[in-house]
Design a protein around this ligand. Structure first.
Ligand SMILES: NC(=O)c1ccc[n+]([C@@H]2O[C@H](COP(=O)([O-])OP(=O)(O)OC[C@H]3O[C@@H](n4cnc5c(N)ncnc54)[C@H](OP(=O)(O)O)[C@@H]3O)[C@@H](O)[C@H]2O)c1
Length: 281
């Protein structure tokens, strides 16, 4: 494998790098500074003569609230740049891999969403990701578009780290219990993605850790794990006047990918245990 990794300093990009290092897989890691994925001419120039057979895009616009007032930039990064990367991958004969979100589902269901469910994205961020999914799958038939949810990892910021930060010096926290999905460890996502990619069974997929929980449940698990002695209360999404509408329930099923790979994603609690271990190393 000769891989071009974009957005490589993010949570998933970082875990892909560690995975490739452990398997002696050849890759070029780029982030915003080395390769701005919204600059299509630069990307085309960059790949020239480098003989990549995979482009894995981990770059994204992930600020769900800010996206409401930065729709143009958000679409550029989440929809048009992935489309252009897919097109470039096609031109050089490479497989293209990119990621989308459980937020494409608004949450009127109460059982896990599958790839067959029709998205109804409730925010600019979710709409831009859904648009990206369609554009990529149209642009290049050797593409994997993988939806995931509530990603946490060692690199960059995430809800787990925020909760740990908020708990310092406080004896009471209130966390919303009316948003349900599943936290996903970027290390597991990278490992399972690589197995999926190796299957060469291209198309739309979903990969997240197993089980489901609310943000409150996730916070409770982390706070108990780190031995916080404070009091955890519940809150509602409407208590916070956030610009972007959130999905009530957006748990996605990984069954399709798990069948292809032949094994199950670990449970989210097991994933958080390993994340905390890694963080404390
Ligand atoms: N995080 C989540 O909870 C979540 C949930 C569902 C789906 N996903 C999707 O999963 C994938 C991986 O997410 P992640 O959490 O690993 O993302 P992340 O940590 O936010 O990493 C994204 C990386 O892309 C970089 N980047 C931003 N603009 C760029 C540009 N124009 N060109 C090149 N790189 C650029 C960022 O750099 P800067 O930090 O300098 O901006 C960052 O290093 C993304 O597609 C994301 O949308 C994430």
């Amino acid at each position: 494998m000769r891989i071009l990794l974009t957005g490589a300093n993010g949570q998933l990009g970082y875990d892909f790098q560690r995975l490739f290092d452990s398997k002696n897989i050849s890759y070029t890691a780029t982030d915003y500074k080395e390769l701005d994925i919204t600059d299509v001419d630069k990307v085309r120039e960059f790949v020239k003569g480098r003989d990549y057979n995979y482009i894995i895009n981990c770059a994204a616009y992930n600020d769900v609230d800010k996206a409401e007032s930065e729709a143009e930039l958000c679409y550029k990064l989440n929809a048009y740049a992935p489309r252009d990367l897919a097109q470039i991958a096609k031109e050089i004969g490479a497989v293209f891999v990119t990621y989308s979100t459980d937020f494409v589902f608004e949450g009127n269901k109460n059982s896990p969403y599958t790839e067959k469910d029709v998205p109804n994205p409730p925010s600019v961020y979710a709409k831009s990701k859904h648009e990206g999914e369609k554009l990529v799958l149209d642009a290049h038939d050797k593409s994997f578009v993988i939806r995931t949810s509530w990603v946490f990892g060692i690199a960059n910021n995430n809800f787990n780290k925020q909760v740990m930060g908020w708990s310092k010096g406080r004896d009471r926290l209130n966390i919303v219990d009316d948003q349900v999905s599943v936290p996903t460890y970027s290390k597991d996502l990278a490992e399972f993605s690589l197995e999926l990619i190796n299957s060469e069974k291209f198309g739309p997929y979903q990969l997240s850790n197993n089980g489901e929980c609310s943000k409150y449940d996730q916070a409770k698990y982390i706070l108990e794990s780190i031995g916080w002695k404070g009091e955890l209360g519940t809150a509602k999404t409407t208590d916070f006047n956030l610009p972007a509408k959130r999905s009530k329930y957006s748990k996605i099923s990984s069954e399709k990918a798990e069948k292809v790979i032949g094994k199950k994603m670990p449970h989210w609690q097991d994933a958080i245990d390993r994340f905390l271990e890694e963080l404390n190393k």
